[in-house]
Design a protein around this ligand. Sequence first.
Ligand code: 5AD
Ligand code: SF4
Length: 464
Amino acid sequence: MSRPSDNEARRIFVRTFGCQMNRYDSERLVEILGGQQFVAVEDYRKADLIFINTCSVRDKAEQKAFSYLGRLKTLKSNRPELVVAFGGCVAQQYGEELLVRWPHLDLVVGTHSISKVPAMLARYEVTGERQAWVDFSYDFGDEPDGRSQLWKPEVSAYVTIMRGCDNFCTYCIVPMVRGRERSRPSGEIIREVESLIECGVREVTLLGQNVNSYGQGVSGEVDFAGLLQRVAQVEGLLRIRFTTSHPKDLSSTLMRSFADLPQLCPHIHLPVQSGSDYILQRMNRGYTRDHYLRLVKELREMRQDVGVSSDMIVGFPGESEEDFRLSLRLLEEVRFDGLFSFKYSDRPQTAARLLDGKVEEEVKLERLQRLQALQEQITLEKNEAQVGQTTLVLVEGPSQIGGSQLSGRTPQNRVVNFKGSPHLVGEEIHILITIAHAHSLEGVVCLEENVNLKIAKEKSWCGR
Ligand code: 5AD
Ligand code: SF4
């Protein structure tokens, strides 16, 4: 990449695969490079730097990232000055080896190395040297306190509160590619939330692999329930969400937060992974089916309208038809509001890779289809039960379905589309639900309930 003249901006295109953590890291990268005269572009063919932020949690996600990288080969040979960078979990996993395997790849940026990208680019520009930076030297001081001038303000924003994971679920590659669990100091988190509010953000989602163990092992630090209390005190914040929770660390104190903190949205993503104790034990999840069911019951007692979503894996090694039926039964008992379900895939360096009793691919697929069919029916029934109800929706922006439709989410995290003026973006308004779909709701703005609304209120958006 040739260095432009002082007033010429360089263009970055980021393709993000995988979870919210990756989306957050991609945002940070754009922000860091913004300070180096980069602007983000929507068309990868116009970019000077293409950054692929990868996910390796499942084999399919990894293959998608490689196939994307493969497709850039022609572009790079036509424009040798283009810099191609590979970041995230797959980069962390394979490191320098990727430079040998992919001659058109220039930079490999590990999960802890986003802040090193400017230095890597500078070196590349001077020496032309292809590089890999995959050590675990990251520190929370590298995290932004807020968002820079380049950040496009949104109604809802993510805030990282911890990184890494110590749980070593036997199927999971995360502890290997994201390192040990570290909690971000609460003071830094609060500062970031405050600065987001100044930019017009109304909702924050606190992010971590296992937020329930926030603060553990850090002397003088608050626990997660304490952190929620502190975040809830930030003036101007309408809604708080968090993800992800591990059932083994979900305490009664934390569950009580749903009753005590009005800003905390009544929704929890609580991955169960399987309904069979035998499989849960083989997964090293640290809880039983019974314990999980008790948690859901307690949550619903604490806050009757709480929405619960989950993750489930089918075809884990050793899973019999009977074990699988226990998962189906758990779905029927809990009646999740939403479910992400996956076929088990072997991941490098994980313990489950070495387990016996691998399940045939066709069996996994058939189980996944049965599980998804059951959940779709449950989700639709739950969505249909919303029809005729009035619910508070935080308006996020234009709807993906187009037209003059806006989109927002209910406290339980259901997507609602409705017709309305763009001035409503950023407002929490009452919507009467009129139609239920499998993955969203439709509604109309209730004028009476919204009479006090400060419509057309000018937002500061950091003065932009
Ligand atoms: N195979 C299938 N699904 C997996 N997940 C994590 N590792 C694997 C794997 N090896 C799923 C889990 C986790 C979600 C993020 O991805 O359900 O909660
Ligand atoms: Fe992976 Fe388990 Fe950690 Fe979640 S809690 S990131 S599934 S090891």
